[in-house]
Design a protein. Structure first.
Length: 471
């Protein structure tokens, strides 16, 4: 009896291992191309402050022969250079010889205007959508495909989580002798073993970082974050204005809605009722020495802040725990309200720390280098996985691991699938779609089923089910 029980346990372990192997294979097959794109664009975005400073160097440390003109005059020059625009933000620069940066809202999107601090000449007008980091961010967030691309990125990220979790299970040393092939690759045992070890060892070293990046990226997604907000709304933990956006499409929609909902401001007189207020507010904010960039913005609604025409100044530093938002009285330039990171809900604080680390800005250069290491590791995982598949694939077939006999799922694996589908709704929806395609379409195409490595239901009398044969 004990022997029979041991054999049954061993068989269940083999079947579970094979099922997870198939999940790992199909997850990698789908998400690897997206992972490479996200790793490259994410690595570039990690160095946004340095890259933008390098790109803006022609507009910094300009030669001045006199005193800079007022902030009001600089903003007015920017508005005059872009017809039918309104002021969105004026950046308070730390150095007086830097060109002023004035962000304007237009019907086509935000525009950044560089103004000479002394001559008040407009040096450059650049749509924000054409800035290098904005292009990189758009590729990273939606693959230049809009809402559909955002969903596709979320789907790829969900399957990447599956790929890493299943990869860790497959790597787990059960009968290993020593650390070779577990924590470092065996270099003198042939190409096949080298690529297998390189894939497994790279995966274990970067899996924690990769999972962190994938999970902290979820607040930017469309479906997951939409559900997350709804849960927070029902539990009363949702703040009125979260410090992150729900995808790139949501950012653009918010900009357009704000532009359509406000009267157009063609001069600073419309925005501030005179020349002095912006100058007073800029002087107040500059003296506080907040983490840059620091942006002064007019009221976002016609009534302003709490029914008054209050302006805001915010530190938009990428290190989110250091961000501060001030409410300013335009009549006096005085600070009448202050909100720091500590005032946010604990959930928003956790997400803020996660996003700052995701963007490589939480603890300086070391954070950026860790992000690059994770991205390079993901690329190496993708390349080594492709090489392993290419070398092992049989002629005339995809080369998927063999399906489970009798198409049966263990209870534990079924619960894991259900939990993943609930936590990652786009993943759950994709599983349903795949099951329907297999049941309604692929069962009629035995040649395609055979090539994909799915169970041949016709040969086995139709005993397999669509949901289990894919495993």
């Amino acid at each position: 009896m004990n022997t029979s029980y041991a054999k049954a346990q061993a068989r269940r372990s083999i079947l579970g291992h094979r099922a997870i192997w198939r999940w790992h294979f199909y997850a990698g097959l789908f998400c690897v191309p997206f992972v490479v794109v996200l790793a490259i664009t994410g690595s570039i975005y990690l160095f946004k402050p340095q890259l933008e400073a390098w790109l803006d160097r022609p507009y910094d440390h300009l030669t001045l022969t006199g005193r800079p003109v007022s902030a009001e005059a600089q903003a007015a020059a920017a508005l005059a250079a872009v017809p039918r625009s309104r002021l969105k933000a004026y950046e308070v620069r730390r150095e007086a010889d830097d060109a002023a940066r004035v962000t304007l809202g237009t019907a086509a999107g935000n525009v950044l205007v560089y103004v000479h601090p002394e001559t008040n000449a407009v040096l450059k007008v650049l749509p924000e959508a054409r800035r290098l980091m904005e292009i990189d961010k758009t590729i990273h967030g939606e693959l230049l495909l809009g809402d559909k691309g955002s969903i596709l990125v979320e789907l790829a990220a969900s399957w990447a989580i599956v790929m890493i979790v299943t990869g860790l299970y497959l790597w787990w040393p059960r009968q290993a002798q020593g650390l070779a092939g577990v924590l470092y690759p065996r270099l003198a045992r042939g190409r096949t073993l080298f690529w297998r070890d390189l894939h497994a060892v790279t995966g274990v070293w970067i899996s924690g970082l990769a999972l962190f990046l994938l999970l902290t990226g979820l607040p930017w997604t469309t479906v997951w974050n939409g559900g997350f907000k709804e849960v927070r709304r029902m539990t009363g933990t949702l703040e009125a204005r979260p410090d992150w956006s729900q995808g790139r499409a949501a950012e653009k929609a918010a900009d357009h809605a704000e532009h359509d909902g406000m009267a157009r401001m063609e001069s600073m007189e419309h925005a501030a009722h005179g020349a002095a207020p912006l100058d007073r507010m800029a002087a107040t904010v500059r003296a506080l020495d907040l983490p840059p960039p620091v942006l002064i913005a007019p009221p976002s609604t016609a009534k302003g802040w709490r029914g008054s025409p209050a302006w805001t100044a915010r530190s938009d530093t990428p290190n989110r725990p250091q961000r501060v938002t001030l409410t300013l009285d335009p009549a006096t330039g005085a600070v009448v309200g202050r909100e720091g990171f500590a005032a946010k809900h604990p959930i928003d604080q956790v997400i803020g720390y996660g996003i700052a680390a995701h963007e490589g800005q939480l603890f300086g250069l070391a954070n950026q280098l860790l992000g690059v290491a994770a991205a390079l590791g993901l690329i190496l995982l993708s390349v080594s996985g492709f090489v392993i598949w290419w070398r092992r694939r049989p002629d005339g077939a995809l080369g998927a691991p063999p399906p489970l006999p009798e198409g049966r799922l263990t209870a534990g694996l079924g619960l894991i699938i259900l939990a993943l589908g609930l936590f990652l709704p786009v993943l759950g929806a994709s599983l349903i779609v795949v099951a329907l395609i297999e049941a309604l379409v692929l069962k009629r195409l035995p040649g395609v089923r055979s090539w994909l490595g799915l169970r041949d239901t016709a040969r086995e009398g139709g005993k397999s089910t669509a949901s289990s044969s894919a495993l």
